[in-house]
Design a binder for this molecule. Structure first.
Ligand SMILES: *Cc1c(COP(=O)(O)O)cnc(C)c1O
Length: 430
């Protein structure tokens, strides 16, 4: 029983005393949209409740991890069963093999897998592996993509870096980012030039196959296939960062959807069923370079955590329902069409990008093909729109540069609620 009624404002004040910026990850603060974050008490299905008892329809879903919605009964039961046997053992469990097997069956390019505790770790471990495998140093990536917060990849990154307008962060030595080459997304000619210029120095090309950290930006037709061709010709490893798209854009991720096979794949978010996780994988030939099979060192005390393995496996099993991804796609389309229709009626120029259950509403009258275009959209207008939606109980990402995540728990009722709030919020910003 709770005797003292808590308020969001009091929680926020207290949090700021003890936590830097009041949060443990920058985009959770409402710095880019104004106001203070609410404090979550619990979640169920597509909804969150804050400590004051207010309900929100959640389009953040723990930044994409919760594709089945909050507190999914199957995932929760699997996590509880695992927990009843102990928390962590630091020695092999069959749960690790089971989740790895399910992943390799779903994503054929991943013949073997290594689990880590976050997407960031997956990315930096795969880059280390790529450098070891090729004997080269440089990394090619795209402006506005986000690949976690490891030093080498915090150059022109998306997500919180874009949200807060930080191009490069202090604390990263120039020698580290000098090895990172950044080119615009959807620009195959720029990739070609970079490959020509750094031919013998590039270890890998790292790409979010659908950019989801500068808002959602789909690859132009033939772009991913072009990357595959260019990298193969130049002996550069192609790494798909599917931390968001994996098991979200289909059971086999973006690589299945677009029919392009990368050398290495990074996973996270969805595969942990709401627990901390990351994974990287590829051909046996590449993966056997990793310790203890090979000499590329990479380790983790809590890697392959039993609860994350059990919850992740339960989530994947639930996702294997044949119609699930078609339904998510349909929900995405309904939302996209409604968002565009009402914006047209209100005379507010927008570009709405939707790929499966990923969606972004850009306030712009120009096409958005890359990071520059995304940054040119009206982020201040988004901030006002965000507040208008929040006031009506719809929680969108507190940043113009993050995707909206639709979950399997979002139903027709929820989509209608969203579009109704959208119509009203547009009136305030038109
Ligand atoms: C979230 C994300 C990461 C980092 O994962 P963490 O678990 O937050 O470390 C890496 N790449 C992409 C594409 C992401 O969206």
């Amino acid at each position: 029983m709770r005797f003292v009624k808590m308020s969001n404002a009091a929680c926020w004040k207290e949090a700021q005393r003890y936590l830097v910026g009041g949060v443990n990850s920058p985009v959770r603060s409402f710095r880019a949209v104004g106001g203070n974050p609410f404090f979550v008490d619990r979640g169920k299905g597509p909804y969150l409740w804050d400590v004051e008892g207010n309900r929100y329809l959640d389009y953040v879903c723990s930044w994409g991890a919760l594709i089945l919605g909050h507190n999914n009964p199957t995932v929760l039961a699997a996590a509880k069963r695992a927990l009843a046997r102990g928390t962590t053992f630091g020695t092999p469990t069959t749960g690790e093999t089971a989740l790895a097997k399910a992943i390799t069956q779903a994503v054929p390019s991943m013949e073997q897998v290594r689990f880590v505790s976050s997407g960031t770790e997956a990315v930096m471990s795969a880059v280390r592996l790529a450098r070891a495998a090729t004997g080269r140093r440089k990394i090619l990536k795209f402006d506005g993509a986000y690949h976690g917060h490891s030093d080498a990849l915090l150059a022109q990154a998306g997500s919180g870096m874009a949200t807060l307008g930080i191009p490069a962060t202090p604390g990263v030595p120039p020698a580290v980012t000098q090895e990172t080459i950044t080119v615009p997304f959807n620009d195959l000619e720029a990739v070609k030039r970079a490959v020509r210029l750094y031919r013998k120095e590039l270890a890998c090309l790292l790409v979010e196959p659908v950019v989801a950290n500068s808002g959602v930006i789909p690859p132009a037709s033939g772009f991913l296939a072009g990357l595959r061709r260019l990298t193969r010709e130049a002996g550069i490893l192609l790494i798909f960062d599917e931390v968001i798209t994996g098991f979200r854009l289909g059971y086999g991720g973006a690589q299945k959807r677009f029919g392009v096979r990368p050398d290495l794949t990074l996973l996270g978010k969805v595969i942990g069923g709401g627990f901390p996780i990351g994974a990287y994988g590829g051909s046996k030939k590449l993966m056997r370079l990793v310790a203890p099979a090979g000499s590329v060192y990479q380790a983790g005390t809590l890697a392959g955590h039993p609860v994350a393995m059990a919850a992740g496996l339960a989530a994947l099993q639930a996702l294997r329902r044949p119609r699930l991804y078609a339904q998510l796609e349909e929900k995405g389309r309904i939302l996209r069409d409604g968002l565009i229709r009402h914006a047209d009626e209100a005379g507010v120029p927008v570009a709405v990008h939707q790929v499966g259950s990923l969606l972004t509403l850009f306030f712009t009258d120009r096409p958005v093909r890359n990071g520059d275009d995304a940054r040119a959209a009206d982020a201040r207008r988004y901030a006002r729109y965000f507040r208008g939606m929040l006031k009506r109980g719809i929680y969108l990402p507190p940043s113009a540069f993050e995707a909206w995540f639709i979950s399997a728990a979002h139903g027709t009722r929820e989509l209608k609620m969203t579009l109704k709030a959208h119509q009203a919020a547009l009136k305030e910003i038109a």
